[in-house]
Design a binder for this molecule. Sequence first.
Ligand code: PLP
Length: 352
Amino acid sequence: MKRTIIELMRTNVAQMQGYKSARHEYQGSAQVFLDANENPFDWPYNRYPDPHHFRLKRDLWKTIGWEMGKITLGNGSDELIDLLIRAFCVPGKDSIRVLNPSYGMYEVSAALNEISIVPTDLNEDFELEPDLSFLNNCLPSEKIFFVTSPNNPSGNAFHPALLEKIVKQYDGIVVVDEAYIDFSSRDSMYHLIDTYDNLVVLRTFSKAFASAGIRVGIALSSPLITNVLHKIKPPYNLSTLVMDEAIQVLQKYDRIKTQIHLLSADRDQLALDLQTLKNVEKVFPSDANFLLVRVKNAQSMYDYLRKNGIIVRNRNGQFHCDECLRFTVGTPVENKRLMEVLRNMETAENSN
Ligand SMILES: *Cc1c(COP(=O)(O)O)cnc(C)c1O
């Protein structure tokens, strides 16, 4: 028998009362607001922001179709990752499961909260074992499994049927981090939230939505989890400026979609171009807006690119990422420049 959401939750979190701000207690429209100790004169942002994020949630629903009751918004996904850990994991006692290799923020948040890590090692192609036998060896201390799909740094997305099997069988919360799903041909897991109350889907404004600077992350989940995240989040975690800007971005959703198509096509072209280089040993298949590339010598390629004004990510040292660099797909001009510099590097090496 799997534990219920309430059984998984920290007891103090389940029992506590959230902060009730002035704006929580009164939500209608009035003419005179004398409840929040604000400066009443006419400044652009003299009022506290809406702690429920109503207008932005409404526009996410209108634009993308996510039900408002399933949405929690955070100061980046990073805040939501931290809130999920704090809602379910008892410091010094509980643990989270993460893919190895994967995104580093889960471990940072876990460390800060004194939560230990249980890794699920991926194979050399960054895939899960199809029989998911690791699920038979989970610890009672495990509360959350962070599954990143498409994964970072590898770029591959897992098969939705495999992900559903994990959600169904794992005795804990399964957070499917879909930061890069817009670049993938795979479907989001969002439609399974009504079926599995332990499923959380993470999305972000930082990648495809071209808004990393405003810090908006999205958790999609069943009402039990939505409610607890709202209870424990800082009441005003998104500022009015940020929410206004996010609403503006959603109004340009068509342009975002065009850019996603362009970036996905350019990723595939860049993968082909990189494979023509002698210094490149392998370009891993990607469902994201970046490519993990195994090269002859990661450090020397990194240094050469940096000297030529191009910064990439050196992933050498991460599990199964020996001599791997991670290239974000840039504009067509930037990708062309990258290829030019890499070809120059080979010409220079040959003439030595
Ligand atoms: C970039 C990224 C995020 C985004 O985090 P934000 O805090 O929303 O910017 C989340 N998950 C993964 C796996 C990422 O690579």
